[in-house]
Structure formats: C-alpha cells, structure tokens
Design a protein around this ligand. Structure first.
Ligand SMILES: *Cc1c(COP(=O)(O)O)cnc(C)c1O
Length: 489
C-alpha cells in the first residue's frame, strides 16, 4: 500500500510513497504529511478469526492487511518486543472498572507509558530500513517527558541510528529524567536544556533549519529523521490495540461480537485517537470516539464548535503534561480523510498564517458523527483519581481525563473502552496529592506513600532508577545545543 499527501502535491515531493519512505521522510508537499491511500477492510471475519489469537498474531495480520514494504522477518522481530511487556501473553490488559467502563492499559512496557506501544516496534523497523539502505540516521527529539525515555529505550544500541534527546532541565518528573539520564549507550546523547519545553522545542526547530548544521551532517553522511507522532511508522502500531481491546470485551463476555462501543482517548497530538479512527473506518464496531483533553482544550472546542482557534492562546501547564498541546498534529489526517487534500491545505494554511480556522456546518456535522469531546481540569482530575481509587482502581492524571468524558459525552449506554496511557509511577506526586493531600512531594516519597496507601510494591524497574549511575550529565544553555550535538556525532 502507498501513502499520499494530505495537502496535495507541489511538484517537488513524491505524490505517493511506500511505507518505508513515509517513515524516513514524513513531511510532504506544503508542509503536509503522508496518509494511507486507502484502508484495508477488516470485516467481521477478521475479528471473528482473531477472537482466539494472541496480540502478536493479531498485529501481524493487521500489518499484512496494510501490505507494507517491510520484510516479514523484521516485522516479527519488531513484534517480539511485546514479549518484554509485563505479561507477554497479554501486553495490553483490559480491566473492568465500572458497569460500562473498561480501561485498556497501554503502559505495561519498559518505560511505563503508552509511547512504548508504538516506539518499541518502530525502533526495530527504522533501524532495519537504515541498515538495508546502508544509511546512517540521526534522530532528534525534544521531549516534555514520555517520548524521550521511550525513544532512547527503543534505539539503544541499534545499528545505523543515533539519538540526541533534549529535555527541559527541571521541567520533567524525577522518574522521567532518571529514565533518560541513566541510559548508557554510545549511540545515545541526552541533553538537559536550561529553559522550559517551549525553549527546547524552538531550539530543535532552529537546528532543523540551520544550514551550518545540515552541511555538517552531510559531510559526515548522516541523514536526519524524526520519531515524532506524525510518523506513520508509529500510527500503524496504534491501530492494533484498539482492535485488541474490542476483542477483549468480547472475550470477557462484556459485549457480543458486532456490538458497538465507545473508545475514550486521552488526547494530545491525536496519534492514539487517530489509531482508533482508522480501526473504526476499517470496520471495528465503534459508536463514537470520545476525545478527552485537559485545560488545553482546543480539541474540545474543535469538536463542539468546528473552530480551531489558537489566537491569544498559550499552553497552560497541567498535571497531565503529555497532553499540554495546542497544535494537535494528527488532526490533519482526519481532515484529509473527511474533506480531501484541497480543503485540508486551505485549513492548515489558515491555521499556520492566521492561527485559526472554522469548519462549515456540514463539515462539523461529519466530524461529530465520529467524535465527541470534553475536557477535565486538574481539580476534577484529582477527584476522579480519588474516586476510582476508592473503588479499587489506581490511575494516573492522563487517564483521569477519560473518566470525565465517559460521564459527559455518551448518549447511549454502551460499553466504553477508556485508555490508560501512563502507569501511576510516572506521575506519582500528583496522585499522592489526590489520595492523601500531601503537597510538593518528590517522586520517591510520593511513590512510597502511594504504594503504602494501595498496599502494593513500587515496581522494581522504577525503584532501580534511583540507584542507577547517571550516565548522561550534560546540562547546557540553549545556544550550545548545536555544538553539543555536532561533537556527539
Ligand atoms: C503522549 C501521551 C498522551 C497523548 O497521546 P497522543 O497520541 O499524542 O494524543 C497521553 N497520555 C500520555 C501519558 C502520553 O505520554
């Protein structure tokens, strides 16, 4: 299957590319991205057939249906990484929390957040494409917390790929920082930047536009790539678990095959929700996809009113920082799928230049057939964490936003699959505050008090972080980033 451009063709970029090309060069004409030319139709047979298959078999057959240009052996090797999740037989447990509410836990991988679901296999795929082309790649990442650890973990010691990962010094949780700075491998460089996440991200953008930097890379024969969430190499692995979660509900006799469900997704860059959208288009019986946000609620407004409006908006720091996003990149693929490339180009151009766009009434109606949305502020989130805990379910602040959408967005009493995107260990100070009222605790103290409240152990891989040697000690000013990375490569 080929991938085509969301904003049409400018005569410079290829109008249609293979999967591996879309992975290596994700940006298409007019600043657009690549989307699948068509989607395979799964049909009831596919679902029925996989009722008794394991996660990897489902994943393999789904990737086969996409007919991508990756060797079966590489795909198998990539999918084998799910064997390193807590339960290799079921890497994504689905837990009943309330009558209609089931939580699909996407955080049982090595870095305890949902980024592992896609980045783990993606690392193998990208490294193998680079090897087969005999090319060297540098992956630049700016992270506010979860992408960095997951990207470092997946590319650690992989051939033909180097990673330089920047994080705002003091702007991540202790656990997130330790997950990065304790990674010791010759192909990884972790850089603390003095400043906030926006500073780090603008530094990255400047670097990507720097002729001096590009020339140096060229001299060394290194190509640039990105592992960010518009990369279809990540999206494809995010379709699988939506289908898996549905099948789990059938297996648990919560629904009959063919019954519709709600998918309830904590959203930032919309990669997770887009995976659900594609699953729905491919025939998964979904009533609607509920888009949960925090106070950075641009997506709620878009889905309620058709207006995407960034004018006079600044990012509001919240207790669910992985969703502190205003420009939600993967929405573009939904626009393209629903309204075509000409309209997508028009809307995205207006967003870039005037910082807003407004959908027509018909367009809004089309969007609302598929999506409903609400946002959950930090205090509400804390109350959901506390209530769920009282009923025996421990969750993180990102997951909590789904509980609000579950209450406010459904107009039918259908079973709902909410997605849990991080383990409690990654955002422990917020959770400890919700459960016991304690304030400003450091991660280690918060972890201990939650473990005590819940009568559980702190997972070994988290505890060990506090003992491990710091391998990555670089903390620098913004203007030193370019030199630092050049000396690394
Ligand atoms: C990345 C992330 C999200 C947002 O996912 P998108 O696919 O960008 O919408 C939500 N929660 C956590 C914990 C994350 O790391």
């Amino acid at each position: 299957m080929n991938f085509i451009e969301t904003r049409g063709n400018d005569g410079q970029h290829p109008a249609s590319v293979s999967f591996s090309q879309a992975i290596l060069s994700p940006i298409s004409s007019y600043g657009g991205i690549y989307s699948p030319e068509s989607l395979p139709d799964l049909g009831q047979d596919f679902l029925q057939k996989h009722l008794s298959s394991d996660y990897k078999t489902l994943a393999r057959d789904l990737l086969r249906a996409f007919a991508i240009d990756i060797d079966e052996a590489v795909i198998n090797q990539a999918l084998d990484l799910y064997d390193q999740f807590d339960d290799p037989k079921n890497p994504v447990p689905v837990i009943k929390v309330e009558d209609d509410l089931y939580v699909s836990e996407l955080y049982h991988g090595p870095t305890r957040a949902f980024k592992d679901m896609a980045l783990q296999p993606f690392g193998i795929v990208l490294s193998s494409i680079a090897q087969s082309r005999n090319e060297e790649y540098l992956i630049l990442a700016a992270t506010s917390g979860d992408t960095g650890p997951a990207a470092l973990e997946t590319f650690k010691n992989r051939a033909n790929v180097k990673v330089a990962c920047m994080y705002p010094d003091g702007g991540t949780s202790d656990v997130q920082r330790l997950q990065m700075v304790t990674e010791d491998a010759a192909n990884l460089k972790v850089i603390g930047v003095k400043g906030d996440f926006d500073d780090t991200q603008s530094a990255l953008k400047r670097l990507l536009g720097s002729d001096h930097f590009k020339q140096k890379l060229k001299q060394k024969n290194i190509k640039l790539s990105a592992a960010n969430s518009v990369n279809f190499g990540r999206i494809i692995f995010q379709i699988i678990y939506h289908i898996h979660s549905y099948l789990e509900l059938v297996r648990q006799a919560a629904i009959n095959m063919g019954d519709k469900v709600y998918l309830d997704v904590p959203s930032g860059n919309f990669g997770n929700a887009l995976g659900g959208y594609y699953a729905m288009k491919m025939g998964l019986p979904v009533e609607k996809i509920l888009i949960a946000s925090n106070n950075n609620n641009v997506l709620t407004k878009l889905i309620k009113t058709g207006a995407y409006d960034l004018r006079d908006l600044a990012v509001i720091p919240t207790t669910s920082p992985a969703m502190d996003i205003l420009k939600s990149s993967n929405i573009e693929r939904v626009l393209f799928d629903l309204f075509g490339f000409e309209r997508t180009r028009e809307l995205m151009k207006q967003l870039d230049e005037e910082h807003h766009y407004q959908l027509t009434d018909n367009e809004l109606a089309a969007l609302q057939k598929i999506f409903a949305a609400d946002f959950c502020d930090d205090n509400e989130g804390k109350a959901y964490i506390k209530n769920a805990f009282a009923k025996g379910y421990l969750m993180d602040p990102h997951t909590a936003t789904c509980f609000k959408a579950y209450e406010t967005c459904r107009d039918k009493n259908l079973k709902t699959i909410a997605y849990s995107t991080a383990e409690w260990t990654k955002f422990s100070p917020v959770i400890a505050n919700a459960l016991t009222g304690e304030k400003d605790a450091h991660d280690l103290d918060a972890l201990k008090s939650i473990a005590k409240e819940a009568g559980i152990e702190i997972p070994a891989m988290i505890n060990e972080l506090f003992e491990k040697e710091i391998a990555q000690k670089t903390v620098i000013e913004k203007d030193q980033i370019e030199n630092e990375i050049l000396s690394f490569i």
